[in-house]
Design a protein around this ligand. Structure first.
Ligand code: SF4
Length: 309
């Protein structure tokens, strides 16, 4: 059984040999965060995937993220170390039901969180991430919006965008939706100086008691710039690892039961195996990819502040 250090050395050597880049989401386990070339939220990783000059993208995250990278890079090989790393929120949209909803609301634009399957994206007009959902919805001309799949993120957008009718898809992320006000107040009682940062996939009552609502990259930027010293991290627990590593003089309190099981399926062993075998490769049918690319490209343009259409 090779040691962790041996596994890491073999991964790094193979990565160089194959001209591969390792992209990892902020919710990955610490070992994967440490070995990644880029760490980020869905938006940052989608942008990196589009810009990379590597021949191979190894995506340490969940299915929809690797699919997004594949859609944006039809000429590159995109690999996901564990094909079982499937986001349950993304699976909550049934494409047939979405088609029916579109027929019922012919003037509505469909805005889909990037946490959706390629098929759902292909039926959408725009994608968004938690970092730019409000900006995306504000910037599009349609007054009626079908927002999929996360009802909590959709409700958060509704709070900020008053002049649109937003129809919410009833999906939710169990990792965030199960967090309660008491999870936060219990930590706050022990650490009254700590600021509460939460992800917009949390329930509205949790949003109400938060000091800040951020995507994971928003948390990174805020914690870096803030003169506060203590923070309660209202998202997946391994987010706190990155925050602690980047801000060693500050204190971050994670909620230990906030675990995303599919994000934990990637480890050093299957990452190494994926590089050795150059697979599993993420494949999206060409027609679906062509259609799905449009809302993703629009999202990236808005995320960078260059609104296209
Ligand atoms: S945290 Fe929730 S939305 Fe994010 S990948 Fe996990 S299950 Fe999906």
């Amino acid at each position: 059984m090779p040691s962790k250090e041996e596994l890491k050395q073999r991964i790094l050597a193979l990565k160089r040999e194959k001209n591969a880049v390792i992209l990892a989401h902020n919710y990955q386990i610490p070992d994967i965060q440490d070995i990644a070339d880029f760490l980020g939220d869905s938006l940052a990783l989608a942008i990196k995937a589009k810009e990379t000059e590597a021949d191979v993208i190894v995506f340490c995250g969940v299915d929809f993220m690797a699919e997004t990278a594949a859609i944006l890079n039809p000429d590159k090989k995109v690999i996901i170390p564990d094909t079982g790393a499937k986001c349950p929120l993304a699976a909550m949209v049934n494409p047939e039901e979405l088609k029916r909803m579109k027929e019922e609301h012919p003037n509505a634009a469909v805005v889909s969180y990037v946490n959706t399957t390629a098929e759902t994206k292909a039926l959408s007009d725009y994608c968004c991430t938690s970092a730019n959902a409000v900006k995306v919805v504000e910037s599009i001309p349609e007054k009626e919006i079908i927002f999929t799949p996360d009802r909590n993120l959709g409700a958060y957008v509704k709070r900020h965008v008053k002049d649109k009718e937003i129809i919410l898809w009833p999906g939710f992320c169990a990792t965030h939706d199960s967090l309660t006000v008491e999870d936060f107040t219990a930590i706050k009682r022990e650490h009254p100086e700590a600021e509460i940062m939460v992800h917009p996939e949390c329930r509205p009552e949790v949003i109400d008691i938060a000091d800040h609502v951020f995507s994971t990259e928003g948390m990174v930027k805020y914690a870096r710039a803030s003169d506060k010293r203590e923070f309660i991290v209202g998202t997946e627990k391994d987010m706190a690892y990155r925050l602690k590593k980047e801000n060693p003089k500050k204190v971050f309190y994670a909620i230990d039961r906030a675990v995303c099981p599919p994000m934990k399926k990637t480890g050093l062993e299957n990452l190494l195996e994926a590089l050795e075998k150059m697979g599993p490769v993420v494949k999206i049918p060409e027609k679906t990819a062509e259609k799905a690319r449009i809302p993703i490209e629009r999202m990236i343009a808005i995320g960078r502040g260059e609104m296209t259409s």
